[in-house]
Design a protein around this ligand. Structure first.
Ligand code: NI
Length: 217
């Protein structure tokens, strides 16, 4: 089995596994992250095979959809990679990427690091920003039955990881609790540049949102 075969098999496996996933965490999210990751890798000295597999498998069982269970994703990915021609060393690295890529909120510290993780993390964060980021955020809020906005409920910037996971706050608060913080967390120059553009777009969006909320033309 050569590397492109492994990638093809992984694409098929992910498409099948995520066939019924929520709209912001479905195969198309993975595909966008995969494309972002390949784009970022062009300007970095990184192992593209690891980046690709990390991007493809990063949300194979997102804790948000598995009762907060964070071990499910790495487990399913490890099981799958065993059926492919991927060395133990590469598998271990990919699992570390999956374990560390997601922003859990709160004041959680990240222990593991590698350029491949940094790239997948940036690629995933970019998909939480801009027009797509907005669409995904409201889709997830709807999925959770959250209000769009409630001016009486202030964003909470000091949540613990558990509070962040259990939050039922209106969707607009999520912009302040996560999305608008992402541009300062980007790891790579390419990621940073794209994030800044998407950040500006979201600021304009929020500006317009409040104008319309207040009944201003
Ligand atoms: Ni993701």
């Amino acid at each position: 089995m050569n590397k492109s075969e492994v990638i093809r098999n992984t694409v098929k496996f992910v498409q099948k596994t995520l066939a019924n996933a929520e709209g912001g965490h479905d195969w198309f999210h993975i595909e966008r992250v995969y494309k972002n990751a390949k784009l970022i890798t062009k300007r970095e000295n990184a192992d593209l095979f690891i980046v690709k597999l990390g991007a493809l498998l990063h949300d194979i069982a997102d804790y948000k959809f598995h009762n907060g269970d964070e071990s499910k994703g790495p487990e399913i990915a490890a099981e799958f990679l065993k059926t492919q021609d991927v060395s133990d060393q590469d598998t271990a690295h990919i699992i570390k990427i999956i374990e560390n890529v997601s922003f859990k909120g709160g004041n959680e510290k990240q222990i593991f690091n590698s350029i491949e993780l940094k790239i997948v993390q940036d690629a995933d964060r970019l998909d939480a920003l801009g027009a797509i980021g907005i669409a995904r955020t409201f889709n997830y809020g709807g999925f959770k039955g959250r209000a769009l906005y409630d001016p009486r409920i202030e964003p909470n910037l000091n949540m613990t990881k558990e509070q962040y996971k259990a939050s039922t706050a209106p969707t607009i608060n999520h912009f302040y609790e996560k999305l608008l913080l992402l541009k300062d967390l980007m790891n790579t120059e390419t990621g940073q540049k794209i994030a800044e553009e998407r950040h500006r777009f979201m600021e304009n969006y929020l500006h317009q949102f409040y104008r319309e909320w207040e009944g201003l033309a």
